[in-house]
Every structure is written in structure tokens, then in C-alpha cells.
Design a protein around this ligand. Structure first.
Ligand code: FMN
Length: 338
């Protein structure tokens, strides 16, 4: 796959979805090491980034954490904003950080998918989908400001009703290098099912690479979404939080039609590695708790464990909860079949 100047040899290309509160630099590093070709930061505010560009920023840490990039994988930084000016300025700031080597990201992604009222209220995220001209204007400003850095876009099928094809064509026309489609409208939020056929409409309408997204829940779904939609890339969110081996298993499945299941021990190793990386990126402890609760998903007795994880005050306490009672979970016992 070619995303602007970036070549990625895998087929399909596998990407970790941006997820607010989870996809920090430590998690992205660990998931890239386990098979994701591309990893995306959570959405960050173009307004905050452009304030930083003006030198008016009040809290430098807010943007410092955005630009942190771990080792491995190709990282995209995601930005949301409501106007050409705001997004253009934010992208220009990111470009200078990337060109100076302060930020090791290789892509900039524009968010056209977030349905959260605190984002759409200002006309950002999925609210932009209501006006295809606005979609294009924002994307064009980003592409111009980014210079040679590829700009990608992440969309939903529409605001209340579908305009996926019109939006995708508008994005392609102004130079967006790849498009991720989450197969739901903004009005659906996370209800219903991701419509992989509608993702296929976008694949057929544009010539830039398309990532299919939504409800890819198990490794075999990677093959299914590619078959249904024809997408050359697949983006996975929630399933990769509860199963950190998701991407390597998807590759095993594509090659051999089967994969090695995840054991509880694999998750313990993942959690220990995450805790060890946190200081490097100055990450707050609550992020480790959130991740641990995701890892406990599907475990027999997970409700009780979550309650205990909530009370953990530091890494050793968190690990003690996850490791107890080790005997009951030996060899992954207690995990559902993957
Ligand atoms: C906790 C959480 C946070 C998310 N944050 C973002 C975000 O910052 N930017 C974005 O474009 N999408 C965000 N999403 C949406 C995901 O990127 C993805 O499109 C969605 O979860 C569907 O994919 P999945 O079924 O593989 O999880 C978020 C989803 C979740 C569950």
C-alpha cells in the first residue's frame, strides 16, 4: 500500500485505531511490536495545537503528550477541528515538530468521525460530515499545511444518513492520501453493526487506499471485512485493547487459517511491559488501570477483578491483582476460547 510517500508492504495493512484514553505512546509501541503496521494517537484538539503555534499556549504538557511517539510502527497523529484556519495552523505546527525531529510521527490524520457532543457541538469531528464542502475545505487546508507529510482522514458513513461516497470523493480530490471508514453513521454512535458493504462503496469510489473499520472483533474478521468490502487496509480498535495479540493473530490467520490463542500470561506480560514504559512517556497511573480493565474483558470473574483493579494504587498493586489467584488461571484457564 502507498500512503503518499509511505510504502507499506503488508497486505492487508493493519492499523490500530485511535482511541481516546488508551492509544498513548506506550500502548502504540507495544501494539506495533505485536504486528500493527500503523498506529494512531487519540484525537487532539486543533485549537489547542494552533494556540501553541501562536505561543499563547497555557499548558505545554497538553501538546507534548500528543506528539510523543514510541518505537516501531508508523505513527499517525490525529487532529480534530472545525475550521480550515484552526486545522491548517495545527497541521503546520505538527509539520514543524516532525521536520525538526521533535515528533517522530509520519502521518497526520483528520477526525471526521467522533460523535461525542463535546466535539460535534463546535462543528468538529463527525459534525463536519453534514457539509461536504466543509469536509473538503478542512482537508485541503490540512494537506497544504502538511507539505510532503501525508494527510489521511477518518470518517463515518455520514451524519444521520449516508453520504460516504460523496465525502470520500471530496477528500480524495483535495489530496487526502488514505481514508478510514467506520461503517456507522454518527447518529448510530456505537449501536447497530458496522456496515462493511458501505465501506466497499467507498473502496470502489476512490483510488486512494481505504481502511475498513468497525466490529472487527476476532482475527478471522480481518479476512472477512476485506472480502466483503475489498478494503486493502483494516483498522481495529476495541478488540486490540482486550486482546493485545490481535494483530499478530490476524497475520497468522491470514497465512495459515489458524492462530495461537491468547493466554492470561500473554496479557500479564503485556501489562508489565506497559507499566515499565509509562515513565518514559510520563503517563498517569489511571491509564494503566483502564488498560488492565480492558485486558480483563471476557475473563471468568472479571467483574470482581475489575472492582479490585479500580482500587489499585500503583503498578505493583495492579499486577498483584492480575496475578492472583495465579493457580486459577494457569495456561489461560478462565479465558474464553479466542
Ligand atoms: C474508547 C474509545 C475511544 C475512541 N477514540 C477515538 C478517537 O480519539 N478518534 C477516532 O477517530 N476514533 C475514536 N474511537 C473510534 C475507534 O477509532 C473506532 O472507529 C471504533 O471503535 C470502531 O472500531 P472497533 O469496532 O474496531 O472498535 C474511539 C473508540 C473507543 C471505543
Amino acid at each position: 500500500m502507498q500512503i503518499g510517500s509511505i510504502s507499506i508492504p503488508s497486505s492487508p495493512v493493519l492499523a490500530l485505531a485511535p482511541m481516546a484514553g488508551y492509544t498513548d505512546a506506550a500502548l502504540r509501541t507495544l501494539i506495533a511490536a505485536r504486528g500493527a503496521d500503523l498506529v494512531f494517537s487519540e484525537l487532539s484538539s486543533a485549537a489547542a495545537l494552533s494556540r501553541a503555534a501562536d505561543g499563547k499556549q497555557t499548558n505545554p504538557k497538553a501538546t507534548d503528550s500528543i506528539i510523543q511517539v514510541g518505537a516501531g510502527g508508523i505513527t499517525g497523529i490525529q487532529v480534530f477541528g472545525s475550521s480550515e484556519r484552526e486545522v491548517g495552523e495545527a497541521v503546520a505546527r505538527l509539520r514543524s515538530l516532525i521536520e525538526s525531529g521533535e515528533c517522530k510521527a509520519r502521518l497526520i490524520d483528520i477526525n471526521y468521525g467522533c460523535p461525542a457532543p463535546k466535539v460535534t457541538r463546535n462543528g468538529s469531528g463527525s459534525a463536519l460530515l453534514q457539509d461536504e464542502k466543509k469536509v473538503a475545505a478542512v482537508a485541503e487546508a490540512a494537506v497544504k499545511a502538511a507539505g510532503s507529510i501525508p494527510v489521511t482522514a477518518k470518517i463515518r458513513l455520514g451524519w444521520r444518513s449516508k453520504n460516504n461516497v460523496q465525502v470520500a470523493r471530496a477528500l480524495e480530490q483535495v489530496g487526502i492520501a488514505a481514508i478510514t471508514v467506520h461503517g456507522r453513521t454518527a447518529a448510530q454512535k456505537f449501536s447497530g453493526k458496522s456496515d462493511w458493504n458501505s465501506i466497499g462503496e467507498v473502496v470502489r469510489a476512490v483510488s486512494v487506499p481505504v481502511f475498513g473499520n468497525g466490529d472487527v472483533k476476532e482475527p478471522a474478521d480481518v479476512q472477512r471485512i476485506c472480502e466483503v468490502s475489498g478494503c486493502p487496509g483494516v483498522m481495529v480498535g476495541r478488540a486490540a485493547l482486550s486482546n493485545p495479540l490481535f494483530f499478530s493473530q490476524a497475520r497468522q490467520y491470514l497465512q495459515h487459517g489458524r492462530f495461537e490463542p491468547t493466554t492470561w500470561n500473554d496479557k500479564l506480560v503485556f501489562m508489565r511491559e506497559y507499566l515499565a514504559l509509562m515513565p518514559r512517556y510520563g503517563l498517569a497511573f489511571h491509564l494503566a488501570k483502564e488498560l488492565s480493565m480492558q485486558l480483563a474483558t471476557g475473563l471468568r470473574g472479571s467483574a470482581k477483578m475489575r472492582g479490585e483493579l479500580m482500587k489499585a494504587k500503583d503498578g505493583p498493586e495492579l499486577m498483584a491483582v492480575m496475578e492472583r489467584p495465579a493457580g486459577a488461571r494457569k495456561g489461560g484457564e478462565g479465558l474464553p476460547p479466542s
